[in-house]
Write a protein that binds this ligand. Structure first.
Ligand code: HEC
Ligand code: HEC
Length: 365
């Protein structure tokens, strides 16, 4: 009599991209595989700040490569349905282009996915409210978050230890000598290494102009001057007070008047105050980078604006009366032509070479 394959093996054969071998022992000796770490080489666009890496997680070629695989691998989620990249897609400058993200159970959160472009330079706290200190710490969270990947670390580590692909990659990245040393901490370190490699290409028009290799069109030039308040004959856009420097963010926390709030307690999302507990921090959010802003719509922490035109309507009006609103948030009342000029300047920050870089792409495709 022919025996049918047990149903769980069938599901396994159909459902998995990474071969996770059920009976693989989790204490395989890996010392026969050579461990020769090579420092990861990167190039910074002109005027970028110094790139700091934690002493205990210096980037290596193999570490970044492992992180890239993990980032795109649904092995990190319940039922292997989603990966980090489901909410951080290269085509959206590593956002999901949704107002707010949905997790593996299709439950929507309250915040919009953030671009991971130059995320290694955000040293004053991560997330819209700054509640996380490092990329290593951040990378531990989505796996167990019920509105994100919604599984458990022991389950994920078990799958990684039994996979055909990963034990060798962990050996090459971290020099472990046995599969049983694969841990959530090393997994987070690899993810963080990959994320730090997500650096601007330096080929945006903005970078090329800074390097003296290109010039702005008259419209872009007008937008630049309004953005940086450099022309006495044009209105001050005030943008640079918060979106400054080569990263186009001060990395600080501000209230840019998105919500009407008579009192400190009136904000629906408390932002920074929600985690510091300081009333005066309520309603403040991290100033996001504007690099690649053309590709990361919709905008703001809750994705409320669909277009850059809507964003400019907000800044033109100065936003709502709101407790703690920044003094730089006056109505700027630009003309239609001036508003279009600011948007034209914002588009010089586009860096399609970054989105399309094969080094950032899904290794399983
Ligand atoms: C369900 C969608 C979803 C998944 C899956 C997801 N993220 Fe995110 N990510 C978000 C959202 C939404 C935020 C902003 C959250 C907030 O501020 O509360 C965010 C924020 C971040 C940030 C902060 C960026 C910054 O500039 O502060 C990092 C880093 C990050 N995610 C990395 C990852 C990694 C690594 C994974 C996989 C382990 C992952 N994300 C999986 C939706 C997701
Ligand atoms: C007082 C500081 C401040 C000023 C001035 C300011 N911004 Fe912002 N900007 C912010 C903050 C904070 C956010 C995020 C707010 C949130 O989502 O709660 C933001 C968000 C944005 C976004 C959406 C980014 C994203 O990823 O969703 C764009 C676009 C933007 N600002 C453009 C501008 C332009 C153009 C100007 C000048 C006309 C300007 N900003 C002036 C602080 C400021």
């Amino acid at each position: 009599m022919r025996r049918l394959l047990p149903i769980y093996i069938l599901v396994f054969l159909i459902g998995c991209e990474d071969p996770v071998v059920e009976n693989t022992p989790v204490d395989l000796d890996l010392t026969s595989i050579t461990y020769e770490p090579k420092a990861f080489e990167y190039q910074l666009p002109i005027q970028f700040p110094i790139f700091e890496q934690p002493d205990d997680n210096q980037m290596t070629e193999d570490g970044v490569e492992l992180g890239r695989h993990l980032f795109y691998d649904p092995i990190l989620s319940r039922d292997s349905l989603m990966s980090c990249s489901s909410c951080h897609l290269p085509s959206g400058s590593f956002t999901d282009n949704l107002p707010v993200s949905k997790g593996v159970d299709q439950i929507a959160g309250t915040r919009s996915s953030m671009s991971l472009l130059n995320v290694g330079f955000h040293y004053r706290g991560l997330m819209w409210d700054g509640r996380v200190n490092s990329l290593e710490e951040q990378a531990l969270l989505p796996v167990e978050d019920p509105i994100e990947l919604h599984t458990t670390w022991p389950e994920v580590i078990d799958k990684i230890q039994r996979s055909e692909l990963y034990p060798e990659m962990y050996r090459k990245a971290f020099g472990i000598s046995n599969t049983n040393e694969i841990s959530k901490e090393l997994t987070a370190k690899a993810l963080a290494q990959f994320e730090r490699s997500l650096i601007s290409s330096g080929k945006s028009k903005f970078d090329r102009v800074n390097a003296g290799l290109d010039i702005y069109s008259p419209e872009e030039q007008m937008g630049f001057e309004i953005f940086f308040d450099t022309n006495l004959n044009l209105p001050d856009g005030q943008c640079f007070h918060c979106h400054d420097g080569p990263l186009l963010t001060t990395n600080e926390y501000n209230n840019n008047g998105l919500d009407e709030a008579e009192d400190w307690g009136d904000f629906e999302d408390l932002g920074l105050g929600g985690h510091t507990g300081n009333l005066f921090d309520n309603g403040k959010f991290r100033v996001p980078t504007l690099r690649n802003i053309e590709f990361s719509a919709p905008y703001m922490h809750d994705g409320r604006f669909n277009t850059l035109e809507e964003v400019m309507d907000h800044y033109n009006s100065g936003g709502f009366r709101s407790k703690g609103k920044s003094t730089f948030m006056d109505s700027i009342s630009l003309t239609t032509e001036q508003t279009a000029a600011v948007i034209a300047f914002l588009k010089t920050l586009s860096d399609p070479d970054f989105n399309d870089d094969p080094k950032h792409a899904n290794p399983f495709e």
